[in-house]
Design a protein around this ligand. Sequence first.
Ligand SMILES: [Zn+2]
Length: 78
Amino acid sequence: MNTPEQINPHAEGDKGKAICASCNAIVPTTFLRRDVPFSDKSGKVANLLVSVCDICGATVAIPAQSVPAIKKARESKP
Ligand SMILES: [Zn+2]
């Protein structure tokens, strides 16, 4: 499946807008690489490209292009 994100992926430093749960508002965001923990806290994905709130620094979104990296990190987990 070819989504626009796969054709034209985000890069580190790209700007965007997203809803931040911490700020409870639509905020400017920046794509940055971070270590992101799994939702079940069983490990983390190193150096994952995510969308970060410019106001409070929270991770507000994980772009679709980063999802395969999460799956890969989970599968390679000992
Ligand atoms: Zn925020």
